[in-house]
Design a protein around this ligand. Structure first.
Ligand code: PEP
Length: 253
C-alpha cells in the first residue's frame, strides 16, 4: 500500500542545537499523535545534523533524510558526502535532484541518475525531485519537461528499486515563493507522473509509488492539496522550520 508522507526539507538552515530543538518538538508531538501505519514523517536535515537529530527522535515515528549525496562511492572528491556515510549515521532517506541542486550545483539528469544508483546501493530511499521552471510552465512545456526528467534520471532504475522510490513534484516557480500550485494543477501533474510511471513500469508499480507535492506548502493549504487523489503528501521547505505549522501539516495528511 502506498504511503502518505510529510517530509520536511530544512535546507541550509538552523545550527545543530537549533535543529535538535526543532526535532525534539516534532518528536514530542508524534509521541502523542497516532499517525497510522500508512503514514511516514521524515525530517530532511543538513549533513551536520543527521547524527544529532537521529538520536533525538523515535525512529518508529520519524525518519531522517539527507538532502543530497555524492554520485561517487568514495575517494578524492573533496567536500562530498557519500550515500554510505549517510547510511552509516542511520538516515533512511536522501533527497536527490532538488531544483536548488539542479540550479546552483550543476546536478544534471545524468548525475541525478548516478546519485539514485548510490542511494539504492546503500539502502537509502531516494526522494527524487522533478518539476518545471516558470518559463517552461508559461510555454506550456511542463508535462514534457517533467517526463524527460523522469525518463532521463530513472532510465537505469530497476523495478525492485523504483517501487521504493518517493517522487516529489516541485514546480520551481512555487518553491520558496509563496506561490503554490493550485490543487488542480498539482493533481493534474501527479496523475501525469503516475501515468508516466505506469508506462515505464506497469500499473501495479505506479500505484505503489508515493508522489509528494512540494512548493510553498503551508498550514493553510496542505489539507486541500493532500486530499487530491494522486497527491500522497508533501515535501515542505519553509514551513518545516516552524514547529507549529509543520505539526498542522502532519495532521492534514
Ligand atoms: C523545498 O525546498 O523542497 C520546498 C518545497 O520549499 P518551500 O516549501 O519553502 O517552497
Amino acid at each position: 500500500m502506498r504511503k502518505k508522507i510529510v517530509a520536511g526539507n530544512w535546507k541550509m538552515n538552523t545550527l545543530p542545537a537549533e535543529g535538535e530543538t526543532l526535532a525534539r518538538g516534532i518528536n514530542e508531538f508524534m509521541a502523542e499523535y497516532n499517525a497510522g501505519s500508512d503514514k511516514k514523517i521524515i525530517l530532511g536535515v543538513p549533513f551536520t545534523h543527521i547524527d544529532r537529530v537521529i538520536h533525538s527522535v523515535d525512529s518508529e515515528k520519524i525518519a531522517v533524510s539527507a538532502q543530497n549525496c555524492s554520485q561517487y562511492d568514495s575517494g578524492a572528491y573533496t567536500g562530498e558526502v557519500s550515500a554510505s556515510m549517510i547510511k552509516s549515521l542511520g538516515a533512511e532517506y536522501v533527497i536527490v535532484g532538488h531544483s536548488e541542486r539542479r540550479q546552483y550545483f550543476g546536478d544534471t539528469d545524468e548525475i541525478i541518475g548516478h546519485k539514485l544508483a548510490q542511494a539504492y546501493k546503500n539502502n537509502l530511499i531516494p526522494i527524487f525531485c522533478c518539476g518545471e521552471s516558470l518559463g517552461e510552465r508559461m510555454e506550456g512545456k511542463y508535462f514534457d519537461v517533467v517526463k524527460s526528467q523522469i525518463i532521463n534520471s530513472l532510465i537505469r532504475v530497476e523495478k525492485s528499486n523504483i517501487v521504493k522510490t518517493v517522487i516529489a513534484y516541485e514546480p520551481v516557480w512555487a518553491i520558496g515563493t509563496g506561490q503554490t500550485a493550485t490543487p488542480a494543477q498539482a493533481q493534474g501533474m501527479h496523475a501525469f507522473i503516475r501515468r508516466t510511471l505506469a508506462d515505464l513500469y506497469g500499473n501495479a508499480i505506479a500505484g505503489e509509488i508515493s508522489i509528494l507535492y512540494g512548493g510553498s506548502v503551508n498550514a493553510a493549504n496542505s489539507a486541500e492539496l493532500f486530499s487530491a487523489d494522486d497527491i500522497d503528501g508533501g515535501l515542505v521547505g519553509g514551513a518545516s522550520l516552524k514547529a507549529e505549522d509543520f505539526k498542522t501539516i502532519i495532521k492534514s495528511l
